[in-house]
Design a protein around this ligand. Structure first.
Ligand code: B12
Ligand code: SF4
Length: 602
C-alpha cells in the first residue's frame, strides 16, 4: 500500500519529506460547505475539537468549453485511491457532467464539500481559474495541481500581478503530497505550495513500486460511459447487448529521457523512467475485465505512458505477463516509431490486445525533427513500421505538427501524399504550440517570436501563438484545415475501408467509428442535425460496413489475416503468440474508437 498513513502522522512543519510554504492570508472568509457555514479555519478547528477530522472532497476536471474528452483523467482516480479512508471523495469531469460555475458552486455547497481539488492542462487553465475563482468567492478552499500550475505557479497564486486563483498548489507529482494536503485542509491549515522532496531537500518522485490499487471494479463510472442511451436498444437489436463502453487510463510508468523541445514531459516527470510492477498493472487489468463481465460492458485501456515502449525489454515482459494472466483487453498506447522496429514487440502488442498505437511522427522533414530535438524519429522508417503493425491488425494514430521552423506552404499536401501510401491510419494534425516551461517556449521567447505569450489565458483551438519562420500564421492554419478536411472526407474514409476490404468486419467497424470520431477533433459535430449530415455523407462507407457485418463477418478467405495466421511467428518464435493473434482476428474484437480530442507524445 501507499505510504499515506505514515504521512498523515507527520508534523506539518516536518521538512523531511515535503517543502511547504505557508498560505498568505487570502482576505476572503472561507466556509466549509453549508453544513455548518463557518469560516474554514474556525469550521475546521471546531470539527477537529469535536474529533470530526473527515472532509468531503470534490476532485474536478474542467473542460475548456470547446473541446471534449473521450476518457476520464487518471489523476482523479489516483488521488481518490490515495485519499485516507476517513475522507469522502466525489469526482466530476466537466467534459461529461457540464455545469455552469454557479451550478458547481451550488453543488459544492449542497453536498457539504470542504475542499475542491482542480487539475488542468494548459488548455483548460482559463476555465479552471474561473471555476476556482467562483468557488473561492463562495468561501470554499481550492487546491490546484497538474502540469500547468506546476509550470507557472506564480500565475495561480497571483504572484505575477494578476488575481490569485488557488489557496494551495500541489507542484509536480502529488502521489506523496496529496494525503498531507488533505490532512492540512481538514485542519484548516493549507500551505501555499506542496512539493515532494527527499531528505536532502531535492525534488523526489514516487518510485511507483507501491502504486495504489484503483478499485475499478466498484467505482461509479456512469458519467464516463461512451454508449449513449439511445444507441443501446439499436445495439441490442444488432446482437451487441453492451450496456457500457469505457476507455480507462492506466499508467505503467512515468518519465521520458528524450527531451523533445516542445514537450513538458521530461521537465515534469523527469528523464529517469520509473515503472510499476508488472503484477500491479496485470491486477488492474484483471479487475477491469471482471467489471466488464459483471456489467455486460466493454472496456478498453489507454496506456497513458508517454512512451510505452521506452524500455523494450520491460514492455515485452509486461505484455507477456498480461497474456499469461489472461488479462488481455483492447488497448491503445503511445510508442515512438524508433522503438517499433522490434518484430517480437509487435507480436506481443498484437497478442495482448493492442489495437491502435499513437505515434508522434510530428513531421516528414528530418530538418524539422532535428530542430525540435526529435532527430531520433526517422521518416524513412515510418512506412515499414506501419506495414509491420498493419500485418498484425494493429493500426496507428499518427500525429503531425505544422508550423515547425522548416515548414513551407504545401506541407499538408506533401504529408497527405505520403499518408496515401500507408496502410490506413488515423492522422491528427496541430500547430506547434509553445507550452510554458518547455525549451521551445524559452527559445521562442529569447528570439522574440512569441505573439501570445500567455496564449492559455485566451484559449483558442488550432491557433498559433508565435511567428513561424518560413510560412505565415494564417498559412499554417490553412495547412492544418486542409489536412483535416482531406484526411476525413467521405472519399478518404472510403479509401481507408477499401484498403482493408478483405479484413474481418470488426476491423472495418473500428476504423469507421474511429474515423468519424477523430474527424470531430477538428470539426466537432454540434447537435443531431450535424450528426445526421455526417452520416448521410458517409452513407456508402456505413452501408459497406453494415453489409459486411451480415455477410462477411470473417472477411474474405484470401485476406491478409489468413496469411498472418499461417506465417511463422517472426522473431518471437512463440506459436502461442500467433495463435492469440489469429484468434483475436477471428473473434473480430472491436478496437477503441475515440471522440474529439486525442493528443499525446511519444
Ligand atoms: C492521456 C493524455 C491525454 C489524453 C486526455 C487526457 C486524459 N483523459 O487522460 C488525450 C490523449 C486525449 C490527450 C490530449 C491532449 N493532450 Co495530453 N496527455 C496525456 C498524458 C499522456 C497522460 C496524462 C496522465 O494521465 N498522466 C498520468 C497522471 C497520473 O499524471 P498527471 O495527470 O500529471 O497527474 C499527476 C500530477 O500532475 C498531479 N495532479 C494532476 N492534477 C491534479 C489536481 C490536483 C488537485 C492535485 C492535488 C494534483 C494533481 O497528481 C497526479 C499524480 O502525481 C500526458 C502526459 C503525461 N505523462 O502526463 C499528456 C499531456 C497532459 N497532454 C498534453 C497535451 C498538450 C495534450 C493536447 C493539447 C495535445 C494536442 N495537441 O491535442 C490534447 C488536449 C486535450 C484536451 N482535452 O484538451 C500535455 C499538457 C502540457 C500542458 N502544460 O498542459 C501533456 C503533459 C503531454 C506533453 N506533451 O507535454 N492527452
Ligand atoms: S514527445 Fe514523447 S518522446 Fe518526446 S520527450 Fe515528450 S514524451 Fe518523450
Amino acid at each position: 500500500m501507499h505510504c499515506h498513513n505514515k504521512l498523515l502522522g507527520r508534523d506539518n512543519d516536518d521538512k523531511m519529506g515535503f517543502t511547504v510554504t505557508p498560505v498568505r492570508p487570502s482576505g476572503s472568509a472561507h466556509f466549509v460547505g453549508s453544513a455548518n457555514n463557518l469560516p474554514a479555519e474556525r469550521g475546521a478547528s471546531i470539527r477537529l475539537a469535536l474529533g470530526i477530522g473527515n472532509l468531503k472532497i470534490l476532485l474536478y476536471n474542467p473542460d475548456n468549453g470547446i473541446t471534449q474528452n473521450f476518457m476520464p483523467h487518471l489523476w482523479m482516480f489516483l488521488l481518490q485511491a490515495l485519499t485516507p479512508a476517513d475522507h469522502e471523495v466525489v469526482l466530476i469531469d466537466g467534459n461529461t457532467r457540464p455545469m455552469s460555475d454557479v451550478e458547481l458552486v451550488q453543488f459544492v455547497i449542497d453536498e457539504g464539500i470542504g475542499l475542491v481539488g482542480i487539475g488542468a492542462m494548459t488548455r483548460m487553465i482559463a476555465k479552471a481559474y474561473r471555476v476556482a475563482d467562483s468557488l473561492r468567492a463562495a468561501g470554499i478552499p481550492v487546491v490546484m495541481g497538474g502540469p500547468h500550475v506546476t509550470e507557472v505557479p506564480d500565475e495561480a497564486l497571483g504572484r505575477n500581478g494578476g488575481a490569485r486563483h488557488a489557496d494551495a498548489l500541489a507542484l509536480g507529482e502529488a502521489d506523496e503530497t496529496w494525503p498531507l494536503i488533505v490532512a492540512d485542509a481538514a485542519r484548516g491549515q493549507l500551505k501555499e505550495t506542496y512539493t515532494a522532496t527527499d531528505a536532502l531537500g531535492q525534488d523526489s518522485k514516487p518510485t511507483l513500486q507501491d502504486y495504489p490499487a484503483i478499485p475499478w471494479d466498484s467505482l461509479d463510472l456512469q458519467q464516463f460511459n461512451r454508449i449513449p442511451g439511445f444507441v443501446r436498444p439499436i445495439m441490442h437489436r444488432l446482437g451487441y447487448p453492451w450496456e457500457t463502453f469505457h476507455i480507462i487510463p492506466i499508467e505503467s510508468g512515468r518519465g521520458c529521457p528524450y527531451g523533445c523541445e516542445f514537450c513538458t514531459v521530461t521537465g515534469f516527470f523527469g528523464d529517469t523512467i520509473r515503472f510499476r510492477s508488472n503484477q500491479s498493472v496485470v491486477n488492474e487489468m484483471l479487475s477491469l475485465k471482471q467489471r466488464a463481465r459483471d456489467t455486460k460492458g466493454q472496456v478498453a485501456v489507454f496506456f497513458v505512458d508517454d512512451n510505452f515502449g521506452i524500455n523494450v525489454k520491460r514492455t515485452k515482459s509486461l505484455l507477456r505477463d498480461i497474456i499469461a494472466a489472461g488479462a488481455e483487453l483492447s488497448w491503445v498506447g503511445q510508442i515512438s516509431a524508433n522503438l517499433l522496429r522490434d518484430e517480437e514487440l509487435l507480436d506481443l502488442i498484437a497478442a495482448s490486445g493492442g489495437r491502435w498505437i499513437f505515434i508522434g511522427m510530428e513531421s516528414l522533414d528530418p530538418a524539422n525533427l532535428a530542430s525540435v530535438n526529435k532527430g531520433f524519429n526517422k521518416p524513412e522508417e515510418y512506412t515499414g513500421v506501419l506495414q509491420a503493425l498493419a500485418r498484425r491488425h494493429v493500426y496507428a494514430i499518427t500525429s503531425f505538427i505544422f508550423g515547425l521552423d522548416h515548414d513551407t506552404p504545401g506541407v499538408a499536401e506533401r504529408t497527405l501524399a505520403q499518408l496515401r501510401e500507408w496502410p490506413p491510419v488515423l492522422p491528427v494534425f496541430g500547430q506547434i504550440t509553445p507550452f510554458p516551461a518547455t525549451p521551445l517556449y524559452a527559445r521562442l521567447e529569447s528570439e522574440g517570436r512569441l505573439t501570445r505569450p500567455q496564449h492559455w489565458l485566451e484559449f483558442a483551438p488550432f491557433q498559433m501563438a508565435h511567428t513561424p519562420l518560413r510560412i505565415t500564421v494564417p498559412e499554417v492554419q490553412d495547412e492544418v484545415r486542409y489536412a483535416w478536411t482531406n484526411s476525413y472526407s467521405p472519399a478518404a474514409t472510403e479509401r481507408a475501408l477499401d484498403s482493408i476490404a478483405n479484413e474481418p468486419a470488426a476491423y472495418k467497424i473500428s476504423h469507421l467509428a474511429s474515423r468519424l470520431f477523430f474527424r470531430g477533433i477538428y470539426f466537432p459535430p454540434k447537435g443531431a442535425w450535424q450528426w445526421l449530415k455526417l452520416i448521410a455523407e458517409n452513407r456508402r462507407s456505413l452501408w459497406s460496413v453494415v453489409r459486411d457485418s451480415f455477410t462477411r463477418w470473417h472477411g474474405s478467405p484470401d485476406r491478409g489475416r489468413t496469411q498472418d495466421c499461417d506465417r511463422s511467428s517472426g522473431s518471437a518464435g512463440k506459436s502461442e503468440l500467433d495463435e492469440a493473434n489469429c484468434t483475436r482476428a477471428d473473434r473480430g474484437v472491436l478496437g477503441v474508437s475515440g471522440e474529439p480530442e486525442i493528443g499525446g507524445e511519444a
